[in-house]
Design a protein. Structure first.
Length: 288
């Protein structure tokens, strides 16, 4: 990366973070959106009416990210998953999931940088995000590591079912809720087992934080609600009537989100899973 682009990235980051802090403060003083009115009028999902779900067809591009695959399955971004403009993606992440505009913009700029593309001019296909140790990393909640499953749009159904079954919380209506502690526990298991069965396993500090951040969308954006998570993660489909569980007027900010991300990351105890890891290793190496 050239000196001038590093400098402009630095100023961009400072600007985004300042904007994000401002939005976080505004969220504290402004009223939350009313239940049933979180998705803004005029955008897909307004009033709980999501564009039709169609599973991907042969030749469509999908990726390791369930959030973006879901948007493609509903035609919120191109159903083919190809030729997605970075600039157009930003406001759609904002309106679909109520990520704050600073957070949406930051994530999409980050993806453009990772792919060495121009945010303003270029487009990308979803599968480009599968670049291993770009954002994609080992020890994920829902997918086998790249070394074991090179096609990263393949979800590992037993992992998803195990995560959904791990919920220990309940909301006022008695629904099952996944808590940040549940996520820490499951990520601890994933990491310990992946480390044992994948000889190419790697997970830098940077990727650990990414892993906790991706996973923190479960308790935050989806409110931990297992009924919704079932549809989103197993089928990459938005349930009818769904809206983001983030009701703040300026959406989920990075500043607010990082509390949950760090609580998840620092709550992970891989050591608790030593036995499960040994067992998985025996199973993986046992002669068939
Ligand atoms: C431009 C925006 C986004 C990019 C570039 C992106 C990229 C990625 C990538 C590369 C991964 C794989 C990480 C891994 O190896 O586990 C991932 C995972 C994930 N993403 Fe996204 N994502 C974006 C937006 C979203 C949104 C809007 C949501 C949800 C509302 C979301 C939810 C998730 C979740 C839950 C995972 C974890 C999957 C797992 O652990 O198996 N992402 N994302
Ligand atoms: C994000 O969404 C809000 C409405 O929820 C809208 O007012 C704002 O302009 C959007 N920001 C961007 C960058 O699209
Ligand atoms: C990857 O897996 C998906 C989902 O199972 C499948 O539709 C797609 O064709 C696969 N892609 C490749 C290149 O094998």
């Amino acid at each position: 990366m050239s000196f001038s682009s590093s400098v402009s990235n630095f100023f961009f980051d400072v600007w985004i973070m300042s904007w994000d802090v401002l939005l976080t403060l505004l969220n504290l003083v402004r009223r939350k959106r009313r239940i049933g009115h979180v998705t803004p009028e005029g955008y897909p999902g307004y009033g709980g009416h999501w564009p039709e779900f169609k599973p991907p067809r042969e030749g469509d591009s999908r990726c390791c990210c369930p959030g973006l695959n879901t948007m493609a399955n509903h035609g919120i971004i191109s159903r083919s998953g190809r030729g997605i403009s970075f600039v157009e993606l930003t406001p759609l992440i904002n309106t679909t999931y109520n990520f704050g505009p600073s957070f949406s913009s930051y994530t999409v700029h980050f993806a453009a940088r990772m792919l060495k593309k121009s945010y303003k001019k270029d487009t990308f296909d979803l599968d480009e995000l599968d670049l291993h140790n770009g954002i994609e990393h080992d020890g994920s909640l829902f997918r086998l590591d790249t070394a074991l499953e090179p096609n990263q749009s393949v979800k590992h159904v037993p992992f998803i079912e195990e995560v959904l079954a791990s919920a220990t919380g309940k909301d006022k209506e008695g629904r099952d809720i996944i808590t940040p502690k549940d996520i820490s526990r499951m990520l601890g298991k994933r990491r310990a087992v992946a480390r044992a069965v994948n000889s190419e396993f790697s997970l830098s500090f940077f990727h650990r934080v990414f892993s906790s951040a991706n996973s923190a969308t479960l308790p935050k954006i989806f409110g931990g609600r297992v009924d919704d998570l079932h549809s989103i993660f197993l089928h990459e489909r938005i349930p009818d009537g769904w809206e983001s569980r983030i009701r703040q007027p300026y959406g989920l900010t990075l500043t607010h989100f990082q509390k949950t991300v760090l609580a998840i990351e620092f709550g992970i105890r891989e050591k608790d899973w030593a036995e499960a890891a040994q067992e998985a290793k025996r199973d993986a190496t046992a002669p068939v």
